[in-house]
Write a protein that binds this ligand. Structure first.
Ligand code: C2E
Ligand code: CA
Ligand code: CA
Length: 599
């Protein structure tokens, strides 16, 4: 038999694979593409995408093959494998060939490679004959090794189903330390349970011991292993007979029927464990991500179910106290959004999709005191994404510095273009992330930009958030001082949103203090709010910083702020952030007045 067509391509596109299957179909009784981890056939649908088909144990009429599936082995070892099988009453030979498939969809941001196995199934006359003369030839695929390669004894015929001992099957699917299933084992058990019990709802619990690597380092591997064994025992005792698997060093999966699930019980299980183990191991803390597996989730790959429970764990990790947290669709949405932002950022930046909107900063009479540059991401379909969507992922991935530098560049160019117009003296402020100071010499770069475009430095204001200042106080004080020394105006952003604002003010000497009204908006006690605002305004002045209140939404607020001694405002009452051409048009037409002039 000639497999050369299959072998010449190690990595296929979906289309190439489909063509190959079509071409080979006549040579075999059956050709199947399988996802061995899921124990299911994968079919290519009319749209050219993958879809799950028949489960393997349904096709072979038994589940025993799963334990020693050659397709599973082929995928894991990247080596072809042969086995004999019965399809109904008909003896067949199955050659499993691992294939890697890359998606044709170049737009797709993540997960474009699939590792599946192609099963080439031929009818053979009877078992005896086939044992003497293998139905499949022994040639090897370039870049891969066939199961008969003597250099790879682990893939030799010794591991063919007939000769594999039960003990080896056990080793393949179990964790030697705890006696639970291992990752592959638990995935097969769960897939089987879901396939066999379509009407049954389940709950998957994924547990994770916080900072397990530190426990390993501090208390030694032996003690850490004891903890894992103890942990597995506790789960086994609490949920007798339920599938339990250790999928990574300190991560266990528990799969129970929905009516067995009681979050309080799970919570107290972990509390008890922590109390007991805590006598020796300090600060031990267990997180658990919980996923409800209903009708919709039955068809999802088990690896996806585990990923979802893992997402819940990531949220649980943000809390020191919480043990158990349930997966929600919002977590998935946030994660996908985050991936979208990170993977599309660079090309979108190059295409000019990040644009500056300007929000005016005004005096009481509505005259313009400056503007703040606030970034919007305009997608090719016209959708406008707000900073709340893209700034947090960019900060998390440290890509924010590229954006901030780009925006600074655009702002300086804009200031340059305003020379000789009514906006010639209008300063623009840019937002600088606390991360920027780690990666770039902010003051040097801004100075270079201003020199390049011959823009006066006092027209470029720099806003740094108060929360950022608290997190990285030392380096940011340095940046503020450097910026001020070079002649830039520094504004402390979002004052009042953080927790230790007052403490921070001791160390910082900026030009403007932006007080965030937002944190006082929802108050039932206006008198007390005004006392706080007035005190902050006065304190700001006494510390040598001009106060500016942002988030001003009504005329009454502006008037009251004026009476308290604040003379600079920013907020929807005057204008929302608007595209630059609109901002320029407004300033030209209305002599730079925003909102209703009063005073
Ligand atoms: P921020 O610097 O505090 O900007 C003010 C935010 O408050 C803006 O939201 C603005 O639209 C909103 N706002 C203004 N007036 C009012 C009002 O009267 N009422 C209410 N409810 N909101 C008002 P936006 O544009 O969505 O920006 C959110 C945050 O994203 C900004 O907060 C800033 O921290 C960050 N950001 C925006 N652009 C950039 C950027 O280029 N770089 C960096 N590092 N951060 C940016
Ligand atoms: Ca700001
Ligand atoms: Ca602000």
């Amino acid at each position: 038999m000639d497999y050369s067509d299959v072998r010449n391509l190690i990595s296929y596109s979906i289309k190439e694979l489909q063509d190959l299957i079509d071409k080979k179909r006549d040579d075999y009784a059956v050709i199947r593409l399988v996802d061995p981890e899921e124990c299911r056939e994968v079919v290519i649908n009319d749209d050219g995408n993958f879809e799950y088909g028949t489960s393997c144990y349904k096709l072979w009429g038994s589940c025993s093959h799963c334990k020693n599936c050659t397709s599973f082995r082929a995928c894991r070892t990247n080596c072809e494998q042969d086995r004999r099988e019965k399809l109904g009453e008909q003896p067949v030979s199955v050659r499993s060939i691992p294939v890697r498939i890359h998606s044709d969809d170049t737009e797709s941001p993540v997960g474009t490679d699939y590792f599946y196995t192609l099963e080439l199934i031929r009818e053979i006359s009877d078992d005896k004959q086939s044992e003497n003369s293998p139905a499949h030839s022994q040639e090897s695929i370039p870049g891969r090794t066939s199961n008969s390669n003597p250099e790879h004894p682990e893939n030799s015929s010794e591991i063919s189903p007939k000769r594999t001992s039960d003990n080896e099957n056990y080793l393949l699917l179990h964790d030697m330390l705890t006696g639970c299933a291992n990752g592959d084992g638990i995935r097969l058990i769960i897939r089987h349970a879901l396939q066999e019990n379509l009407d049954q709802n389940y709950v998957m619990v994924l547990t994770d011991i916080r900072r397990f690597s530190i426990i390993n380092d501090l208390y030694g591997k032996h003690r850490a292993n004891q903890l894992l064994i103890h942990f597995a025992d506790i789960l086994r005792k609490a949920y007798p007979g339920a599938p339990i698997g250790r999928i990574r060093a300190d991560q266990f999966v528990l799969f129970i029927k929905e009516d067995q699930y009681d979050p309080d019980r799970l919570e107290s299980l972990f509390v008890d464990l922590e109390a007991e183990e805590g006598k020796v191991i300090k600060h031990i803390h267990v997180h658990a991500g919980v996923l409800r597996v209903g009708e919709k989730e039955h068809e999802l790959p088990v690896a996806t179910l585990i990923d979802r429970a893992n997402l819940a764990i990531q949220s649980a990790k943000e809390s020191e106290k919480l043990h158990v947290i349930e997966f929600s669709q919002k977590m998935l949405h946030d994660m996908l959004q985050e991936q979208f932002v990170i993977s599309n950022f660079q090309t979108s930046l190059e295409k000019g999709e990040f644009q500056i909107f300007l929000q005016p900063k005004v005096r009481l009479d509505g005259s313009l005191a400056g503007a703040e540059a606030l970034t919007r991401w305009i997608r090719p379909d016209g959708q406008i994404l707000s900073p709340a969507v893209f700034i947090p992922p960019l900060e998390k991935s440290d890509l924010i510095t590229s954006l901030d530098f780009y925006i600074c560049h655009q702002v300086v160019r804009k200031l340059d273009s305003w020379k000789g117009t009514i906006l010639e003296h209008c300063p623009i402020s840019v937002n600088i992330s606390p991360k920027d100071a780690y990666y770039i010499e902010v003051a040097d770069l801004l100075e270079q930009l201003c020199e390049e475009y011959q823009v006066p430095k006092e027209l470029l204001h720099v806003e740094i958030t108060e929360t950022g200042l608290i997190e990285t106080l030392d380096s940011n004080i340095n940046v503020i001082q450097q910026l001020k020394n070079r002649g830039f105006q520094v504004e402390i952003d979002d004052f009042g949103k953080g927790l230790s604002s007052l403490n921070m003010l001791q160390h910082i000497d900026a030009d403007i203090l932006k007080i965030d009204m937002g944190f006082l908006h929802n108050t039932s006690n206006e008198d007390r709010r005004n006392i706080i605002l007035e005190s902050v305004i006065q304190m700001s002045r006494r510390l040598g910083m001009e106060p500016l209140t942002e988030g001003v939404e009504t005329e009454e607020q502006a008037m009251a702020l004026h009476d308290m001694g604040c003379y600079l405002y920013q907020g929807f009452y005057y204008s929302k952030p608007i595209p630059i051409p609109e901002f320029e048009k407004h300033c030209m037409n209305r002599k730079a007045a925003f909102g209703k002039a009063h005073g």
